[in-house]
Write a protein that binds this ligand. Structure first.
Ligand SMILES: [Zn+2]
Length: 411
């Protein structure tokens, strides 16, 4: 049943067109395209031009998501949703999000080439603001459609200059109607680069994603006693920064020992932050992730207990406040089964793996059966201009993707 063969040249061309200098491509070989920026407008115009050229019906919803619809023979049937996002971090690479849109466009082009009509409609979607780089939080467009946030909330997010997302979408001509939103789907499939080294190390062409690992973020506030660097010896102090340093190392050591969770400290705010002053307060964030929610909860309790113990030893006060969490969904078993079958038919080497980064499919999985396909990422490098993917893996992804979408659209 594997009948669609990706057109190398066209796919390469689509990837180039979606990351060229005129749509935010950087001289360093990456892409800088924050949501609702001028570069985002250019690439959206480009997406609309390509999809209209493929004969698709384009509409835009009230958070700027663009849907390009290919009619089904039963056009009232729930659609198959494909695509990804075209916004990037600054500077980002030429594959994150872009690859998922490109293979979705290639799928439609292949169906057109072969004159294949599918029972169900197919909708290629460019989700707004996946990265959250300019208007946090991340995955705003898919979050609004799946009811995680209201459109009012999403439209009122502001960037560093105080500009509202809703105003910026309107300025670039992509603030549409609520009635245009996706309301239901039969299946959703997103291709994405892995952004890690798992597939490369396993020598697999593609990854079939089983779930997205849950994540929790906490703020840890350590309050000690300030003072002049020359004013007291180490025994007389209550040093917030020393306690915080011990906590960072302890969290790492606990995760090394247990081997079932990972912690990362990415930011630290030291007050007052002066060469010759003992800081009275240190605030840092802790990112904790594991394969399941129960492990995260258990390990976070353990980490919190150890932080409390360090606080007592150092004579400082410690507060741990969780402020964000992402509950990882398990992706649809039927779609994963279909992906395995198609990959085997095409002699594509696949691995089942867990996702460790949020994607629009995470929100979509709360609305209907969703799944993801990963492409190898060279050296695991992502969110940088060097971001790249081996061409064989891109082609393998496109081939499995197109044929799986065809299967879904006729089921
Ligand atoms: Zn992405």
């Amino acid at each position: 049943m594997s009948m669609l063969e990706p057109n190398h040249e066209r796919l390469q061309n689509t990837l180039t067109v979606l990351s060229d200098a005129d749509v935010g491509g950087t001289p360093g070989g990456g892409v800088s395209r924050p949501a609702a920026s001028d570069a985002d407008k250019s690439v959206r115009d480009c997406f609309v031009r390509i999809t209209q050229g493929l004969g698709l019906q384009v509409r835009v919803d009230d958070i700027g998501n663009i849907y390009a619809r290919r009619a089904g023979t039963d056009d009232s049937a729930e659609p198959v949703v494909i695509g990804s996002h075209l916004d990037t971090v600054v500077p980002g690479g030429r594959f994150d999000g872009i690859l998922g849109v490109a293979v979705a466009l290639e799928t439609v082009a292949l169906l057109n080439d072969s004159g294949i009509e599918t029972t169900r409609p197919i909708e290629v979607v460019n989700w707004t603001g996946e990265e959250g780089a300019r208007f946090p939080p991340a995955m705003l467009g898919s979050g609004v459609v799946t009811g995680k946030w209201s459109a009012e909330y999403a439209q009122s997010r502001v960037d560093a200059e105080g500009l509202r997302l809703g105003d910026e979408l309107s300025r670039i001509g992509y603030l549409g109607e609520q009635s245009n939103r996706l309301t239901a789907f039969h299946a959703s499939l997103e291709a994405h680069i892995e952004q890690g080294k798992h597939l490369e190390e396993a020598g697999a062409d593609i990854g079939i994603v089983s779930l997205i690992e849950p994540v929790r973020w906490c703020t840890i506030t350590v309050t000690g006693r300030g003072g002049h660097a020359g004013g007291s010896g180490p025994r007389q102090r209550a040093e917030a920064i020393v306690a915080a340093g011990r906590m960072v190392a302890t969290a790492r050591d606990l995760s090394l020992d247990a081997d079932d969770f990972t912690t990362t400290v990415g930011t630290m705010k030291v007050e007052p932050g002066s060469n010759n002053v003992i800081p009275h307060r240190v605030e840092f964030n802790l990112d904790i992730r594991s394969s399941d929610d129960d492990t995260i909860a258990r390990r976070l309790t353990e980490v919190t207990d150890r932080f409390g113990q360090i606080g007592r030893e150092e004579g400082v006060e410690v507060q741990v406040e969780p402020y964000w969490e992402m509950t990882g969904p398990e992706f649809a078993g039927e779609i994963r089964g279909l992906l395995r079958r198609v990959a085997d038919e095409r002699a594509v080497k696949w691995e089942e793996l867990r996702g460790v980064i949020g994607h629009d499919s995470l929100h979509l999985s709360s609305m209907g059966p969703a799944a993801m396909l990963f492409t190898q990422t060279t050296n695991g490098l992502s969110h940088c201009e060097e971001e790249s993917a081996p061409w064989e893996s891109v082609l393998a992804t496109a081939g499995v993707y197109a044929n799986a979408v065809l299967g879904l659209a006729n089921s």
